[in-house]
Design a protein around this ligand. Structure first.
Ligand code: COA
Length: 379
């Protein structure tokens, strides 16, 4: 057995998956063979969920009944809502609150709490319920901490539109609803990223869907993964508040040895295709509002990082200014990432159950050997 260490599992292939594929040299991303650009332009988040979970794009009837089944599941139990309230009042981190609450949902799920990896339909139902309820939890959390009561989900609105409605208490205009739906499509799946992998590790022990998604939320929260989007916006705000040149700010950050959030990627060697689409959205929103400063600052940073470090933006770089211009609170950006990526997590958990083997790598031992044990009182 080789003891070669593949730090960060870089380049290690651990599973087969039919869900999504990244060509890191060409900057291409597909979900089940469909180009992300086509899905972003043409498909709703519900269509993408159906594609990921059922293997093909739905026809009109299939989409209608799928969307209805999602909308039916949006409400959360009163006990869950009161936990969300308590977490909001305790000023919990929004991702920690989401993780706790998703874990709690398992107690209220009508399907059996025992996990049968062969019961695909039951596991899919659990995944669908979690996906349907996450927006309700995020919106309620934000409202509670602002001293407002949560807004009941509406069954007549799409997944994206209903979230913005619950968050703000009013229906979003068409541009905002479509932009947000597109952002959800763009974040839905991305190969074996860290959070997806952690959901697979958890499900490989035959632990349940709720438990796998809870693991994934914790993994997504970190700044090297989903937490990057809010840090990008904090950076842009800091530059703006100090009235600084963004390139000078970045130079200083790099001199200090800091990483520039939203830049670089393990798999892409060129610009992330999702960043291209979100960059255009960020610019469009700025133009519509008559102020493109966030977009322009971002472009200046992108150009400098490309020239100086050969690093290109990832999905988090332009989602930050896009969400900011949509009026979404900064610390809700990562929960929104979870709200979308849960589609991919559920898909990968189902794939894992379908062809399971316990995920259990090894470490190369570098600690001492043959130590002589000294009893406590003699040390
Ligand atoms: N800013 C500055 N330098 C960066 C960088 C960034 N955002 N991303 C990578 N680098 C540098 C590292 O310092 C390292 O340089 P070195 O070899 O001189 O030490 C080199 O590039 C390789 O970095 P490494 O951490 O080994 O790459 P990785 O594949 O493990 O990391 C990320 C990938 C995404 C974690 C990394 O690019 C990063 O931290 N990006 C910022 C966080 C982010 O946006 N995350 C969201 C990802 S979708």
């Amino acid at each position: 057995m080789s003891d070669e260490v593949k730090k960060g599992l870089e380049g290690v292939v651990v599973a087969e998956s039919a869900l999504s594929h990244i060509d890191g040299d060409a900057g291409k991303l597909i979900y089940r063979g469909y180009a992300i650009e086509d899905l972003a332009r043409e498909a709703s988040y519900e269509e993408v969920l159906y594609l990921l979970w059922h293997g093909s794009l739905p026809n009109r009837d299939e989409l209608d009944s799928f969307s209805e089944s999602m909308a039916d599941e949006r409400s959360v139990d009163e006990d869950v809502l009161s936990t969300v309230r308590r977490l909001a009042e305790a000023d919990a981190d929004p991702m920690a609150a989401l993780q706790t609450t998703v874990s709690m949902l398992s107690a209220y799920d009508p399907d059996d709490s025992e996990t049968d990896p062969e019961d695909y339909e039951a596991n899919l139902r659990k995944g669908r319920r979690i996906t349907a309820k996450i927006p309700t939890i995020i919106a309620a959390f934000d409202r509670f901490r602002n001293g407002d009561e949560p807004v009941e989900p509406r069954e007549d609105l799409g997944h994206a539109e209903n979230f913005l409605y619950m968050l703000n208490g009013e229906e979003p205009d068409e541009v905002l609803a479509e932009t947000f739906d597109m952002a959800l499509v763009l974040h839905a799946d991305h190969g074996l990223n860290a959070s997806t992998f952690s959901s697979m590790v958890t499900s490989s022990t035959l632990s349940g869907v709720h438990s796998a998604i809870t693991s994934a939320i914790g993994t997504l929260a970190g700044p090297l993964h989903g937490g990057a989007n809010q840090n990008v916006m904090k950076m842009l705000k800091e530059v703006d508040d100090a009235d600084q040149d963004p390139v000078e700010w970045v130079k200083n950050a790099l001199d200090r040895g800091d990483r520039v959030m939203g830049m670089g990627h393990r798999v892409y060697n060129v610009k992330d295709p999702r960043a291209k689409i979100l960059g255009e959205k960020s610019e469009e929103l700025g133009e519509a509002a008559g102020d493109t400063k966030w977009y322009e600052m971002s472009v200046a940073i992108e150009e400098y990082m490309q020239e100086e470090k050969g690093l290109a933006p990832n999905v988090d770089f332009y989602s930050a200014s896009t969400y900011y211009q949509m009026g979404i609170p900064i610390d809700v950006y990562t929960p929104i990432f979870a709200m979308s990526r849960v589609g991919g997590w559920v898909g990968h958990v189902l794939e894992q159950y379908d062809d399971n083997r316990l995920i259990r790598p090894r470490a190369k031992y570098v600690g001492p050997e043959n130590q002589e044990f000294v009893p406590l009182d003699e040390r």
